[in-house]
Ligand binder design. Structure first.
Ligand SMILES: Cc1ncc(COP(=O)(O)O)c(C=O)c1O
Length: 289
């Protein structure tokens, strides 16, 4: 089988011909940032918002952005020309490869840029219909979770807790409050009102999180952003996960106990429908473009 085409520092190459220095600070220190953008039929979902978040992540770590948003989008579209259908575009920028290993950030390094497009696997109809199981854990990650950093060991270890329990995600609590999950944002519904954890340094502000906020406004779904206590999560009528690949997904058990009725709730069904409509409009805009 031929290797898929990927992007490396401005060039399109088969994945197996891309070679990265072992001294690259991404490899040595996890010193880099990334994005994951879903593409439906070649059309990127909220590309500008993703690249604005990439810029925020780069600003937070003092990494100069090698491209403007328009240049990024042009590069991604060139890559997507080799990958028809629905794709998940992974973009990683590291601080580059210095001659030595040293924690101190060297000046004048050229960032390493890598992108690949993988098949986008969104939740199956069965997962949407039945919901998924989650477990919980203490949020033992660092204080800069708002940076979409490639230093993902905390998230990896958190996700492994659910993987070992045969569950879809690990919902995290810090000092008695909900933060997010290992690779998703988390929402609860109580009495018909959606509550989302604050946009602070303890969560990665999801592009899907922001989209949900907009869709709630359009769909006249009551929605608030506020600290959400662990006890509220455990007694919620509904719990949802969101991410670029999970879209919006109902959690129907938490730590083995049913959430609400134990089935995806009515507010979830409404939000899921709004999300699918939004995607369908994107696809039809692509058809006329
Ligand atoms: C820790 C974490 N929080 C939230 C999200 C959701 O972000 P988005 O909706 O932009 O995919 C992700 C996505 O991977 C994530 O890794």
């Amino acid at each position: 089988m031929t290797a898929p085409i990927a992007h490396f520092n401005g060039e399109l190459l088969p994945l197996d011909q891309i070679h990265i220095s072992p001294l690259d600070r991404g490899f040595i220190f996890g010193d880099g940032v990334y994005e994951v953008i879903p593409a439906y039929g070649g059309r990127l979902l909220r590309a500008r918002e993703h690249f604005r978040r990439l810029q925020r992540s780069m600003d937070e770590i003092g990494l100069a952005n090698p491209h403007s948003v328009d240049e990024w989008i042009a590069h991604v579209n060139r890559l997507l020309a080799h990958h028809p259908g629905n794709r998940s575009v992974y973009i990683q920028v590291t601080r580059g490869a210095p001659p030595n290993r040293d924690h101190v950030i060297p000046k004048g390094l050229v960032p390493t840029v890598f992108m690949m497009a993988s098949p986008l696997s969104t939740p199956s109809p069965e997962m949407v219909e039945r919901g998924v199981a989650c477990v919980s854990a203490k949020d033992f990650r660092w204080e800069k979770c708002h940076i979409k950093s490639t230093s993902l060991l905390g998230n990896v270890l958190a996700r492994q807790v659910s993987a070992e329990a045969g569950a879809t995600e690990t919902i995290l609590f810090r000092d008695g409050f909900l933060t997010e999950a290992a690779a998703s944002n988390v929402f609860i519904v109580k009495g018909g009102v959606v509550a989302a954890a604050p946009r602070d340094n303890h969560i990665l502000l999801g592009i899907t999180y922001e989209l949900l906020e907009e869709l709630a406004g359009q769909g006249k779904i009551r929605y608030e952003v506020r600290p959400v206590a662990e006890a509220e999560v455990r007694s919620a009528d509904e719990i949802w996960l969101t991410s670029s690949t999970k879209e919006v997904l109902a959690v129907t058990t938490l730590d083995g106990k049913p959430v609400g009725s134990g089935s995806p709730g009515p507010v979830f069904r409404r939000m899921h429908a709004l999300f699918q409509d939004y995607k369908a409009k994107l696809a039809s805009a692509a058809a006329v473009a």
